[in-house]
Design a protein around this ligand. Structure first.
Ligand SMILES: Cc1ncc(COP(=O)(O)O)c(C=O)c1O
Length: 421
């Protein structure tokens, strides 16, 4: 591979005919050697944010692969040479194309997925003392913006099959709440929550619906696309996501022009088109260089998602015969984009060690239920969510990225089978 190669280009063909040994799998990694340095750097940062990835002695199957292609590098250079680094035309183009792909009227680029969630809640009128419903199984950042606004996160247990917010549990939680104001369904791992049922409850109680689509770029279910099935959708472009801006970045999507306007103002010091700071905003802008990378990634993300889906199908097929392993459930009538491929297993930590010793990186997403993080627990006190609490000891995320080869998937599945034999 040269510097200008696309690190996430499928490499299955090159290795499909390869022998089954781990040594051959290592050859796959060698092919991607020119990008693995970047990937290694970024996966360290990934561990700081939402991921906890094991560090095997000698990696032969990467957990993820991160990088940009030569065209994108050229696009970034062109922005750098042009001298316009913020509030420029590249961001506008990125927003327009993202809105078009998501099937919404407006998209607003922001500095991270966390900022996207915060701006959306602010624009949706969520205030101190309001109740905001969040699932018990997700990354910390689904709840931190709620707490930052002084609102009250109300935790809802997840569906045992899809790990997304259980609508029946939501209905119960809303009935028992004093100031129900908003709900944040999370499309965890790339599979959409049951938005039809959740919206039904939200409509009944006049809740603002904010989709946390940070892991689900263009997943779909029941004919709806992630980010277009609520009042606002929030996306992350963190490096390990299905598409990135080669740094931190995010996007909010909506059909509502007023909400879009409020989010645009809030990301830019509360300043309107007339130059007046009529509301109190901060700086949550997305840079032109980031937008240039995002545009390049957007053009490819559907193909990458197809590859992820294909790899997931292979995993599920290969793991089907291992009775200890519970493979992911795809929502009926939907397209799962497999940001992560997560299985449930007994003896999870011993299995991870077994895999790490054989060069297979894994992760845990997440090892703590949302309400049990100390920073949240001290604010909300005792919360009982048996399904979310049980999950965290049983889940393990297997290597997943658009370029994972068939032989790598087979090697991982075989190594898992060997552990339970
Ligand atoms: C479900 C979920 N919500 C929110 C976020 C926050 O996104 P960011 O890291 O871009 O702030 C992430 C990403 O880490 C996420 O996975």
């Amino acid at each position: 591979m040269t510097d200008s190669s696309d690190p996430t280009e499928p490499i299955a063909e090159a290795t499909e005919s390869a022998a089954d040994s781990p040594g051959t799998t290592a050859g796959t990694t060698e092919m991607a050697a020119d990008v693995s340095e970047t990937a290694a750097d970024v996966s360290e940062t990934a561990a700081d944010s939402s991921d906890s990835t094991a560090a095997p002695k000698e990696t032969t199957v990467d957990f993820t692969r991160i990088g940009v292609d030569g065209d994108t590098v050229a696009d970034v250079v062109s922005v750098l040479e042009g001298g316009r680094y913020v509030k420029g035309p590249v961001l506008e183009r990125f927003e327009d194309r993202f809105a078009e792909r998501a099937g919404v009227d407006h998209a607003v680029g922001v500095s991270s997925g966390t900022a996207a969630l915060l701006l959306a809640l602010r624009a949706g009128g969520v205030e101190a003392g309001d109740d905001v419903f969040v699932p018990g199984h997700t990354f910390f950042a689904t709840a931190s913006p709620v707490l930052a606004l002084g609102a009250e996160p109300r935790f809802v247990d997840v569906d045992p099959d899809t790990y997304t917010m259980d609508p029946d549990a939501l209905a119960e939680a809303v009935d028992g709440a004093a100031n129900p104001a908003a709900v944040i369904p999370v499309h965890i791992y790339g599979g959409m929550a049951d938005m039809g049922a959740i919206r039904g409850i939200a409509d009944e109680h006049d809740l603002f619906v904010l989709e946390d689509a940070c892991q689900a770029h263009f997943a779909s279910r029941d004919g709806e696309t992630a980010g277009a099935a609520g009042d606002v959708g929030a996306f992350s472009f963190y490096p390990s996501k299905n598409m990135t801006v080669a740094g931190d970045g995010g996007m909010v999507t909506t059909d509502d022009a007023d909400l879009a306007e409020r989010m645009r103002e809030f990301r830019n010091h509360g300043r309107g088109d007339d130059g007046v700071h009529a509301s109190l905003g901060l700086n949550y802008r997305l840079d032109e260089t980031s937008a240039a990378v995002g545009l390049g990634q957007l053009a490819k993300v559907d193909r990458w998602n197809e590859n992820r889906n294909l790899a997931a199908g292979r995993y599920t097929e290969r793991l089907a015969g291992i009775s200890e392993v519970r493979t992911p459930t795809e929502p009926e009538n939907g397209h799962h984009v497999y940001h992560l491929y997560v299985i449930e297993v007994p003896e999870r930590d011993a299995l991870r060690e077994h895999l790490a010793e054989r060069g297979i990186e894994t992760g845990i997403h997440y090892d703590t239920a949302l309400h049990e993080h100390p920073a949240i627990a001290e604010r909300v006190g005792d919360v009982d969510l048996p399904r979310s609490e049980r999950l965290v000891d049983r889940i393990v995320s297997l290597p997943m990225h658009p370029a994972i080869s068939e032989s790598d998937v087979e090697y991982v599945a075989r190594t898992i089978a060997e552990f339970y034999r």
